[in-house]
Design a protein around this ligand. Sequence first.
Ligand code: DX5
Ligand code: ZN
Length: 223
Amino acid sequence: MPIIAPSLLAADFGNLQAEVEAIARAGADWLHLDIMDGHFVPNLTFGPDMVAALRPHSHLMFDVHLMLSRPEAFIKPFARAGADYISVHAEACTHLHRTLQQIREAGCRPAVALNPATPLTVLDHILGEVEMILLMTVNPGFGGQEFIPAMLPKIASLAARLRESKLDILLAVDGGITPETAPAVCQAGARVLVAGSAVFGSSDREKAIRDLRQAGAVNRIQV
Ligand code: DX5
Ligand code: ZN
């Protein structure tokens, strides 16, 4: 069964406490929080104070995705705010190895995110430092974009590499994940499905989460 991580980016920003509570009742496994700085990506969202304000209203795993040019400057604030996983973009980190260690030192689970155009070779020397790899299946910055099919062989190739490495690292995908695209990404080896519009945009979120989970599970059995 894939882990379902609805992205708060597609929630009603005027009603965030209720949205966070509702998504847990609807059966979400994690909550994915997209942090954008208007520089690394062409959009702005919210910061650590917002994450801290939501933390008391949810027991879900907080999966914080930092789309920031200088993520190292914000690790401690997000750790204090209650992040569980913190993902930093490899493209934004001059000292990726050090930044991942700082995430662990701050008491969080380190993760690396890769843009669609970034090759898997950037992971060559840091696999021992991460608990999750987040492969972007759209160019980051906005919800509701279309899944990029050319990411399927990338997912499969990373999954094969992780199996060989025997390290316990989760493979997550983010962007354009729907019940239509979930079977192929899970067959390729994704274990965490981040989905914004497919979940928060649905009138029946419980069904949306169930549909995603089933779409991912069916194909894993067929593998
Ligand atoms: C995109 C964000 C995603 C986004 C996904 O930059 O990182 O997490 O919320 O949205 P959907 O599922 O609508 O593509
Ligand atoms: Zn994200």
